[in-house]
Design a protein around this ligand. Structure first.
Ligand code: FES
Length: 323
């Protein structure tokens, strides 16, 4: 086990890639195990891990095997045509038997296991955390439905993991190209249901809008994004005071807080640098952040007690952080 600083999110394990399986067109399932065969740390449904790749790249992937399994971590990786190196390397260069540093599981998309009913809505590779949730709900014997939208039938992954009675597959090509009607799924969901969505941006936007329009309580509406919804705050023109380090850093126009800190030689844990993974979450002691992340709830944002410094800025001339 390797520890970088005191953040548990930065603890990594050297794991061996034990298998690569084709799950669908352009989607591989990567199965990691401990080289000594020992059990892996536990995880909860909806969790993801950081894969540390060559060149200092760190990429997040959701765990898609059932959480009761301790002998392996299975990740679904879609080959992204616009890959900055991560998914392309994982698809083309990674070989069975290779070792990678893998972060401990973290979960910003937890499953409410005691819900009376759960409705899971997946689009494309967004199936990975929801397949994990579905397998957990199946193991618990809890009622759920999984609505899964794909462009073509050969894009659908992990179908064999889901009870056929709970699975509703929507293939756009078989409906004249029309995507899954998320608003209708929500309208038909039981009133007490917890709603979960993971998929492409337009699906998530439709999910959020429909849940709000239909008056679904915010504490029963959950989503996970793979891409940022807003650009980073790079207006600059404010000061960040690091309370513990007793240091002040000016953030100029064109830089994020994270970038400004790095330029002053201050290393802060970060991974996605897009406001979607939570690695850089930092406590705010005073000042008002300009939140740009895709993770915090409305309540967390308005409390202004934490922020993601890789993408969020400051609305005040001085922001005091617990760093
Ligand atoms: S580094 Fe991922 S949210 Fe900031």
């Amino acid at each position: 086990m390797t520890t970088h600083g005191d953040d548990p999110g930065l603890v990594t394990l050297a794991l061996r890639l034990d298998a690569i399986r084709r799950a669908a067109d352009g989607i591989h399932l990567l199965e990691f195990v401990r080289p000594d065969g020992a059990p892996l740390p536990p995880f909860t449904a909806g969790a993801h891990v950081d894969l540390h790749l060559p060149g200092g790249l760190v990429r997040q992937y959701s765990l898609c095997n059932p959480p009761h399994e301790t002998h392996r971590w299975e990740l679904g990786v879609k080959r992204d045509a616009a890959s900055r190196g991560g998914s392309r390397w994982l698809h083309e260069d990674l070989r069975v038997g290779s070792q990678l540093q893998v972060g401990l599981p973290r979960n910003h998309f937890p499953l409410h296991e005691d819900a009376a009913s759960s409705v899971l809505i997946a689009g494309g590779i967004g199936i990975t955390p929801l397949a994990c949730m579905a397998q957990r709900l199946q193991a618990l014997g809890r009622p759920f439905a999984l609505h899964y939208g794909v462009r073509q039938r050969q894009d659908a992954a992990l179908l064999d993991r889901i009870d056929a009675s709970a699975l509703r597959l929507h293939v756009d090509a078989e409906h004249g190209g029309a995507p899954l009607d998320v608003a209708r799924v929500i309208a038909q969901a039981p009133a007490e249901a917890h709603l979960y969505c993971c998929g492409p941006g337009p699906m998530l936007d439709a999910f959020e809008a429909a849940a709000r329009a239909q008056g679904r309580p915010a504490d029963r509406v959950h989503l996970e994004r793979f891409a940022p919804v807003q650009p980073a705050a790079v207006g600059g023109g404010y000061t960040v005071r690091l309370a513990r380090a007793q240091q002040e850093v000016e953030v100029p126009a064109g830089q994020t807080i994270l970038e400004a800190l790095r330029l002053h030689g201050i290393e802060v844990p970060a991974s996605c640098e897009q406001g979607i993974c939570g690695t850089c979450e930092t406590r705010v002691l005073s000042g008002t952040p300009d939140h740009r992340d895709s993770l915090l709830s409305d309540e967390e944002r308005s409390s202004n007690r934490v922020m993601m410094i890789c993408c969020s800025g400051s609305r005040d001339p001085l922001l005091v952080l617990d760093l």
